[in-house]
Ligand binder design. Structure first.
Ligand code: ZN
Length: 343
């Protein structure tokens, strides 16, 4: 089959690799119908050291079950399924606590396993990992359903961890796909005021349609001042940091209301958070982390199926599998917001 491999910074290739086969009784083989490129795929695209073997890419996919092992009672050939970006048994103590990303038996796609950016995937622990979607679903919904793999659940996780609910004011830092899904999630959870910080107009326009009440294009001190101006000087209860840079976390702390929470989902690329004594005196909570997408899919699925939310609108470009290298280039250069792959 054809699949995507990364050999180093800027070096993405689509190559022939062996077809996936069942190895364990808990495996399923899924034929990929939709996949995509993640903002987090750009970190290795910019910095990955040279690798002779190459790294299999992709962790977001939706497809059709093509084969199952003997221990996958809940799925049959032909089922439409979505895969979260971490595979898990859905039964261990961490999974039962809703922390599937810490599953005692789970792991990440790619590496020695198949990635989502290919024609098919061997899914370990398929019974726990895959979520079955209704048969005969409108094909127009597939792109929104694909966001359950990662980006929608990640935005939702940011909002949940920050305690977003009715009457809360929220700042979302970043107008990438995760930030926009953070806006969607905050709105869905009833936030009263949603301030979106970003400076790509076509993206922040989508953010306004997703429920942002204001857009703040200014960065740094100017952006912080604007958030404070819009919140009576106080800042917001919840801050969703959806960028992952040192500058973003500094802004996040600057716009948080005393007693508020800063929730990080931007795949933090910094090692230190400047939580000095002044921050201590303000009782700021630092939270967030990798999103246990599997824990949220059932909750978010009905609103996607009913069209209450349309997270698939974050995809602004659709490509074939052979064009994946160009898809990386387009996302890295900010030419595309998020690239959908139809193998
Ligand atoms: Zn588990």
């Amino acid at each position: 089959m054809r699949a995507t491999l990364m050999y180093g910074a800027g070096d993405v290739r689509v190559e022939n690799i062996p077809d996936p086969v069942l190895r364990e009784p808990g495996d399923a083989i899924v034929r990929v119908l939709r996949s995509c490129i993640c903002g987090s795929d750009l970190w290795p695209y910019w910095s990955m050291p040279r690798s002779e073997a190459g790294r299999r890419m992709g962790h977001e996919f939706l497809g059709v079950v093509e084969d199952t092992g003997a221990e996958v009672p809940g799925l049959k050939v032909g089922d439409l399924v979505v895969a979260p970006f971490v595979w898990s048994d859905n039964t261990c103590d961490f999974c039962r606590e809703g922390l599937h990303t810490s599953c005692r038996h789970g792991g990440l796609w790619g590496g020695d396993l198949d990635g989502g950016q290919g024609e098919a995937v061997r899914v370990p622990l398929a019974q726990g990992t895959l979520v079955k979607l209704p048969a005969g679903v409108d094909p127009a919904l597939l792109s929104s359903l694909l966001t359950l793999s990662d980006v929608l659940c990640t935005g939702h996780h940011a909002a949940v961890k920050a305690g977003v609910g009715p009457r809360t004011a929220v700042t979302v830092i970043g107008d990438g796909a995760v930030g926009l899904c953070g806006v969607l999630a905050a709105r869905r959870l009833g936030a009263e005021q949603i301030l979106l910080m970003g400076h790509h107009k076509e993206r922040t326009d989508l953010g306004l349609e997703f429920g942002a009440t204001d857009v703040i294009a200014g960065r740094g001190e100017e952006g912080i001042a604007r958030v404070r101006e819009l919140t009576g000087g106080d800042g917001t209860h919840a801050v969703l940091e959806c960028v992952g840079t040192a500058e973003a976390i500094e802004i996040a702390l600057g716009v948080a209301r005393d007693g508020g929470a800063v929730s990080r989902v931007g795949a933090a690329q910094y090692a230190e958070v400047p939580m000095d004594f002044g921050t201590f005196l303000r009782n700021i909570t630092l939270t967030g982390g990798v999103a246990p997408a599997r824990a949220y899919i059932e909750e978010l699925l009905p609103d996607v199926l009913d069209g209450v939310i349309e997270p698939g609108r974050v995809f602004d470009r659709t490509i074939s599998l052979e064009d994946v290298p160009d898809g990386y280039r387009a996302m890295a250069s900010r030419e595309a917001l998020k690239v959908l792959i139809e193998p």
